[in-house]
Design a protein around this ligand. Structure first.
Ligand code: ARG
Length: 665
């Protein structure tokens, strides 16, 4: 049940019969201006159409328009008499009887009252897509968790969803492990224990590349700092001798220079740290000296792989399955699956053809030896083949787009990828539009960075990104300490045994990471704080899971099952008597709205907010309304129904977030 849609229909009908109807274009747009009420005192929803219409109707005003609309509204079966407030808001309060009937319907429906959409879309979601060959790290959480939640939610809404993990299984990272294997690897160890050994080789080569890059960068950073400091000193000097507006302007420019200096200084510090790490390690130092051109050499190995060099291709074939096993282990722990895993390598055979095709159609052309697509809206072209013949990330994405169009004919393609790739996607979408590669709506579902407590991208002490697996282990441990704390569990009968404690902390710990990630608006960065994430109170998965467990314990204490409650309510119906019951009931009816909001702007935080508000409404209800010693059987059945529905809705919503509930905690 999507309440705003129902209200919108009624408003559209009323507007069409208003005296001003013929003067207004696109009346339906105004009918859709239904919002949840800002303050429950004024009702449940408000219609905001009268203000804009009032401005358009000659000789009228918003309050008059509101009165005209109310006169035509046929809404008796749904709402109390609407009221006009302030400049022309129309306040709507749902009738208790309406809420009761909808709750009864919801109780009889296993889908929590969610109606599948009338015209389903085919939506392809490209998510997770890590570059394999190195262990997954904290940066992979967001795409994996956001993508998975979108996939589940849109599917539940009735859309045809296709998930595709666009693995980076063909890029420089393979050049890195191939180089590592050839120079530092022990074939025997790689054969026996490939996963940790390949990860080690990756780390060695990566560190050496970083070392040489840092050596190259230090003098550049130093020169840049000196240059900026001169400019800064000059700006300060000018600010001192200027007055009024001019002085303010100079001070502003000095401030912005100071910020730039701080940022380059921090880059310099990181570079020096990278150098010191290798300098202080005799084995690594010696390797660094023996491999001065490692950066170029790694690119060389990558190019050879792309040119089907038999040795490199054989190594790639040997390594890839192990890299996949490694990430699949994490996916299974996160309970994440994909319909397809078509990595970059899958598109390799299609790259030459797509470049030729774009050239033949006059869309791509040569410039300085490279093949480029020029776009009016961008200064730099999109390069699709370098002068040495190499293809790029963008070329693969173009081939992918065409393949997806031909294979799946999607209505929408969602790319759940870090905001730092925005420019890539802006260009890709512009090229797609200019070249007719697809008719799908393309969306970059971008997201910010996971930060450490210090507000900088989360790293280990040695400066590498934190491994995803150790992060999951830490979360499960933190959950164990919070949830399985003996003081908390005293009342559980029978007490939890160790096996149940492990199961509960795994679900709570992993759930906490997913929930906290989705709780933030995806476009902003957030600070990773494990103790906050697993806390029992506040907007956490622990609190939501606990609320669910409370619903089951209430049923247990009342000696009824959910099915029995459904049967009882079939006889007695639902009768709301207390405000807290009504508020919870209305909250439960708004589930579809929350899901629709997730789809409308591809933001799972709407769903998390919804879970939290539901848990809060349930907690208030629990404080104010007794179930066991309710005044009458009718009231008791109503309350039991609300408990059952709350449990179902929270369980279903958490399922869409990717979190499993537990019966007791
Ligand atoms: N493998 C890429 C990375 O780790 C992300 C790929 C996203 N998907 C895409 N079609 N470009 O940065």
């Amino acid at each position: 049940m999507h309440l705003p849609s129902l209200l919108t229909e009624r408003f559209a009908d009323a507007l069409s019969r208003c005296p001003f109807a013929s003067q207004i274009e696109d009346l339906d747009r105004y009918a859709g201006m239904i919002r949840p009420a800002g303050n429950p005192k004024f009702g449940d929803y408000q219609a905001n159409c009268a203000m804009p219409i009032g401005k358009l109707v000659a000789g009228s005003n918003p309050r008059q328009v509101a009165a005209d609309v109310i006169e035509q509204l046929r809404l008796d079966d749904v709402c109390e008499t609407p009221e006009i407030a302030g400049p022309g808001f129309i306040n709507l309060r749902l009738k208790d009887g309406f809420i009761q009937d909808r709750l009864s319907e919801m109780l009889a429906d296993q889908r929590c009252g969610i109606r599948p959409v009338g015209s389903p879309k085919t939506i392809l979601i490209d998510y997770s897509s890590p570059n394999v060959a190195k262990p997954m790290h904290v940066g992979h959480i967001r795409t994996t968790v956001i993508g998975n939640c979108l996939a589940k939610t849109l599917k539940f809404l009735g859309h045809e969803v296709i998930t595709d993990n666009h693995l980076g299984d063909w890029g420089t990272q393979f050049g890195i492990i191939i180089y590592g294997y050839k120079h530092f690897g022990d074939p025997e160890v790689v054969r026996k224990d490939p996963v940790p050994e390949l990860a080690k080789l990756y780390r060695i080569v990566h560190q050496l590349m970083g070392y040489h890059k840092a050596i190259e960068n230090v003098p550049k950073y130093e020169a840049e700092i000196a240059r900026l400091e001169d400019l800064h000193a000059a700006a300060i000097h000018e600010a001192e001798s200027a007055v009024g507006k001019e002085a303010k302007k100079k001070r502003k420019s000095a401030d912005s220079l100071a910020k730039k200096i701080a940022s380059v200084k921090s880059d310099l510090k990181s570079a020096r740290k990278a150098i010191a790490a290798t300098d202080n390690d005799p084995v690594m130092k010696q390797r660094a000296q023996a491999h001065p051109n490692i950066g170029a050499a790694v690119l060389d190995e990558t190019s050879k792989l792309h040119a089907d060099d038999p040795e490199n291709l054989a190594l790639w074939e040997q390594f890839l399955p192990h890299c996949k096993d490694e990430i699949n282990r994490i996916y299974s722990r996160l309970n994440v699956t994909f319909d397809h895993t078509l990595g970059e390598s899958f598109y390799h055979p299609m790259l030459a053809e797509i470049v030729d095709d774009l050239k033949a159609r006059g869309l791509a052309s040569e410039s300085d030896g490279a093949i480029c697509i020029f776009l009016d809206q961008f200064d730099a072209p999109m390069i699709i083949q370098k002068s040495d013949g190499a293809y790029l990330y963008a070329t693969t994405d173009l081939a992918t787009l065409r393949y997806r169009q031909e294979t799946f004919q999607p209505d929408e393609v969602l790319y759940v990828v870090d905001a730092r790739q925005s420019e890539h996607f802006e260009k890709l979408f512009a090229v797609a539009e200019a070249t007719d590669l697809t008719d799908a709506k393309l969306v970059h579902v971008s997201f910010g960075t996971v930060l450490g407590e210090d507000g900088r991208p989360m790293k280990t002490r040695s400066g590498s990104l934190i491994g995803l697996e150790s992060l999951l282990d830490d979360a499960v441990q933190a959950a164990y300490e919070v949830v399985c704390n003996p003081d908390r569990l005293v009342k559980l009968d029978p007490p939890m045994d160790e096996q149940e404690k492990r199961l509960v902390s795994e679900r709570v710990g992993i759930g906490a990471i997913k929930y906290a990630d989705l709780a933030h608006d995806r476009t902003s960065d957030y600070k990773f704080n494990l103790s906050k994430m697993v806390a029992l109170s506040g907007n956490t998965s622990t609190y939501a899971q606990y609320s669910f467990a409370r619903t089951t314990s209430i049923l247990r204490r009342n000696g009824v099952t959910a099915d029995e409650v459904v049967e009882r309510v079939k006889q007695s119906g639902i009768t709301l008597t207390e405000d807290a019951e009504r508020a919870l009931g209305l909250q439960l009816l708004q589930f579809q709205e929350a899901l629709q909001n997730v789809y409308d702007d591809y933001r799972p935080n709407h769903l998390v907010d919804y879970v939290y508000s539901t848990a809060e409404a349930f907690s208030k209800f629990n404080d104010q309304c007794h179930v066991l010693n309710a005044e009458t059987e009718q009231i008791q059945n109503t309350r039991l129904a609300l408990v059952v529905l709350t449990g179902r809705v929270i369980k279903q919503a958490l399922e869409l977030i990717g979190i499993e509930v537990v019966e007791r905690m």
